[in-house]
Write a protein that binds this ligand. Structure first.
Ligand code: TXA
Ligand code: MG
Length: 317
């Protein structure tokens, strides 16, 4: 492990962005802001750089990474786009949607990125800082969430440092992530069928109905290793978490919503987008508090509420 002082901190100024791109081009790993959560980026075409991501996170090698691109041309050099995939990408990119598509044989990618799968996960992010980093790096960037494996995802530079300080080359501070939850993941199969692998900020049922005129069948409760990040236990705050709580019991740190006022409240006026943006910050506060247990208020399951409930449920195991 590196010296604790070795992680450089940079504001997302032109100089900070240029330094991040320089580190990435030379094979280093940098935490960068995106609109969903902070990502831990490395050039996706380098075995050595991608290996550093797995080592820093303590991530099992069977869990593949999302490749971030700055343009549709970059994405098409990595994956086969059906007409449908192209239309979905045109509608949703740049933005918080990841597409899992057949990997091209001639894709210039480190093998570890797709962990031996015949598919590749690609996303064109919307965050202006991440877009600048991608443009200046000139290569696709592999980036999982910038946290130790199984820890709470980061929505600020400070969150990144709580688990990765001293383990990564630099953090680029671009303020709080606006969406606050990881991207929605949609697999588009060669036979034209769709599968929702992870709920997120983009409502896939709306997208699906728009494109196919029929509802999206969601994945079954038991996941295959195909989407290992979807294992039931994930996003762990390291303490027991009780769901659908209307009040705190002794020793509980309460995460509130709407009428249920907590020690940290996701949204006092019941706004689900605000709740999504604040979820991980509240979980970080709860994890750091003196309380041995956490409780969370009920959250409606409509819209992005589905993804919020998904993350809370995974954190509660
Ligand atoms: O919003 C996000 O998606 C953030 C930001 C940084 O872009 N990234 C993120 O990465 O959440 P990560 O590694 O925490 O989650 C990636 C998920 C994992 O569940 C992984 O198993 C899945 O994507 N995945 C990656 N490649 C896949 C593939 N070829 N097939 C199925 N699932 C895949
Ligand atoms: Mg993650």
């Amino acid at each position: 492990m590196r010296d604790k002082n070795a992680t450089e901190m940079h504001h997302a100024s032109p100089a900070g962005i240029a330094r991040a791109a320089e580190i990435l081009c030379s094979g280093g790993i940098v935490a960068v802001p995106t609109e969903t959560v902070y990502g831990l980026a490395a050039r996706a075409d380098s075995d050595a750089a991608v290996a550093k991501i797995y080592a820093a996170k303590g991530r099992p090698s069977f869990n593949p990474l999302i490749v971030h691109v700055g343009s549709i041309e970059q994405a098409k050099a990595l994956a086969h786009f059906s007409d449908m995939a192209e239309r979905v990408a045109a509608a949703a990119w740049p933005g918080p949607l990841t597409l899992v598509l057949p990997r091209r044989d001639d894709a210039v990618l480190a093998d570890a990125v797709s962990a031996g799968l015949p598919t590749i996960a690609v996303r064109m992010p919307a965050h202006p800082v991440m877009r600048s980093v991608l443009a200046q790096s000139g290569v696709p960037l592999a980036a999982p969430s910038a946290n130790r494996s199984n820890a709470i995802s980061p929505t600020s530079a400070a969150h990144v440092l709580t688990t990765l300080e001293g383990r990564i080359d630099a953090v680029l501070d671009g303020g709080d992530s606006q969406e606050g939850l990881e991207s929605s993941i949609l697999a588009i199969r060669q036979d034209g069928t769709w599968e929702e692998l992870r709920p997120g900020p983009v409502d896939l049922s709306l997208l699906h109905e728009h494109f196919l005129g029929q509802p999206l069948a969601t994945v079954k409760a038991v996941q295959t290793v195909e989407a290992p990040g979807q294992l039931p236990r994930h996003y762990s705050p390291g303490k027991p978490l009780r769901l659908d709580a209307l009040r705190a019991e002794a020793g509980e740190y309460l995460i509130g919503f709407g009428e249920v006022e907590g020690d940290c409240t996701l949204s006092a006026n019941g706004d689900l987008a605000e709740a999504a943006a604040r979820l991980y910050a509240c979980l970080h506060l709860a994890a750091q508090s003196d309380c041995p247990r956490i409780a969370a208020a009920p959250i409606p399951r409509s819209g992005v509420g589905k993804a919020i409930n998904d993350r809370l449920r995974r954190a509660s195991y």
